[in-house]
Design a protein around this ligand. Structure first.
Ligand SMILES: NC(=O)c1ccc[n+]([C@@H]2O[C@H](COP(=O)([O-])OP(=O)(O)OC[C@H]3O[C@@H](n4cnc5c(N)ncnc54)[C@H](OP(=O)(O)O)[C@@H]3O)[C@@H](O)[C@H]2O)c1
Length: 412
């Protein structure tokens, strides 16, 4: 297969006819190593208020594990207008061509991409919250043309300045995890100094940013992880302590559990809550949830009276089963949250630019290992974030680059 290489890419302002991209097709959904295949595919043209970006690096997120599996719903039901799925909901790159009406960005601008997509025609976008717009979609998941191709197509409002001090892969790695955690904790929960937070999967893609946001806000958090190595990582990121969930083997809520298993789970939840309280000094004001079925009953139980359980995902299953008495008797709240709007993404990006929050990059992989990176994530064999080099030639390229870089030869 002939794949466009860096040398064949025309200068900013012009697009090649085709590009290499990692593609999922309706007839091969399954584990990522099988579902994601490298194909040569046409390069999209930007429409009005759209921008085509040459991708330098892309972040790996769980949503394209779901897209590969075709679960809980096939992505082809979300974007029936195309029969391919090019995933990738965050990334870094260079503006290559702008569509009609775009005035703020020009070819050559170094950018970071955020993944919220919504129509300018929806009134919610103008004065309420783009996340409430009927047209709202997660770019690179509910849409195609994400960052897993050499070029991607975004709305102009999805562009943010690339922080100068970061390499391409660092800049491409944090969008989904940071922006989602920011909305969950800062906007949806109003996180304050002195509050206590319990973070599930604290060494994962969301957790590494939730942990740093707690430190930055002056809140204290305990991170739940599954190894001592991950525990060390969350301590470095500013957690007050960590809990190895493997020490609580009866804690997981499983489908079809017997009354005896349920009883053992409650005993485990009490011991777990005691451990969290011993570390934090008090029960948590906020429980940071994205695991779903396996942990949700414990999250509701461990949360303090009038506290909040904020949830944005359900890796272990979305049919939740919990004792609602623990919720109402103690007047706790369940708060749903989903990605972030452009304003929130911009504020969170400023925390990266000022060096107050750092990307946590566990591994950088070459472009031809995109499917393997997702397979690692599917098997839970990763920590923090993984990034894949797309246009960037080697790790660490791009450091020092910001603003308009003009010719691609200057991008390393
Ligand atoms: N709505 C949104 O906008 C949005 C945005 C981002 C992510 N999400 C969703 O949120 C979820 C997490 O995303 P992520 O990027 O943080 O994924 P991730 O990097 O895989 O991290 C999740 C962590 O959760 C922990 N975990 C997994 N299964 C568990 C279980 N049964 N019990 C307790 N802990 C468990 C694991 O940590 P340990 O093994 O160390 O405990 C894992 O590292 C995914 O389902 C994703 O689709 C939603």
């Amino acid at each position: 297969m002939s794949i466009s290489t860096v040398e064949q890419v025309p200068p900013p302002g012009r697009l090649p006819a085709t590009m290499a991209a990692w593609v999922i097709r309706p007839d091969r959904q399954g584990e990522p190593a099988h579902a994601m295949q490298l194909e040569e595919i046409e390069v999209p043209e930007p429409g009005p208020f759209e921008v085509v970006v040459r991708v330098m690096a892309a972040g790996v997120n769980y949503n394209n594990v779901w897209a590969s599996l075709g679960q809980p719903v096939s992505v082809f039901r979300m974007h029936p207008e195309v029969d391919h799925h090019i995933g990738g909901s965050d990334g870094s790159g260079i503006v290559w061509k702008v569509g009609e009406g775009v005035t703020k960005w020009r070819p050559g601008d170094a950018v970071v991409l955020h993944g919220n997509h919504a129509s300018y025609e929806d009134v919610e976008v103008h004065g309420f919250d783009p996340m409430a717009a009927p047209s709202q979609k997660a770019w690179g998941y509910e849409t195609s043309w994400g960052s897993f191709g050499q070029f991607c197509k975004v709305q102009a409002q999805q562009l943010l300045r690339k922080p100068a001090h970061l390499s391409w892969e660092e800049a491409g790695s944090y969008g989904v995890g940071l922006f989602t955690s920011y909305r969950m904790l800062i906007d949806r929960c109003g996180l304050q100094a002195g509050q206590k937070v319990l973070i599930w999967g604290a060494a994962g893609g969301l957790g590494v940013f939730a942990t740093q946001l707690c430190r930055l806000t002056g809140a204290e958090c305990v991170g739940v992880v599954s190894s001592a190595e991950k525990g060390e990582l969350v301590m470095q990121l500013g957690a007050k302590g960590w809990i190895d969930r493997c020490e609580f083997p009866d804690l997981e809520c499983r489908v079809g559990e017997t009354p005896e298993e349920k009883q053992r789970r409650l005993v485990a939840a009490k011991a777990f809550a005691k451990r969290a309280k011993a570390i934090l000094g008090e029960a948590p004001h906020i429980v940071f949830e994205h695991v779903g079925r396996a942990t949700f009953p414990t999250s509701v139980f461990v949360c303090r009276p009038f506290g909040k359980i904020v949830i944005c995902g359900a890796t272990s299953g979305f049919d939740l089963d919990f004792d609602v008495r623990h919720l109402w008797m103690r007047q706790k709240e369940i708060v749903g949250s989903h990605f972030a709007n452009a304003w929130q993404c911009g504020r969170a990006n400023a925390l990266i630019e000022s060096g107050q929050i750092h990307p946590v990059l566990w591994r950088t992989l070459p472009f031809d290992e995109m499917g393997d990176a997702h397979q690692l994530m599917y098997e839970g064999r990763h920590q923090g974030k993984m990034a894949v080099l797309v246009g960037a030639q080697q790790p660490d390229d791009g450091r020092g680059i910001s603003g308009n870089v003009g010719d691609p030869a200057t991008t390393g």
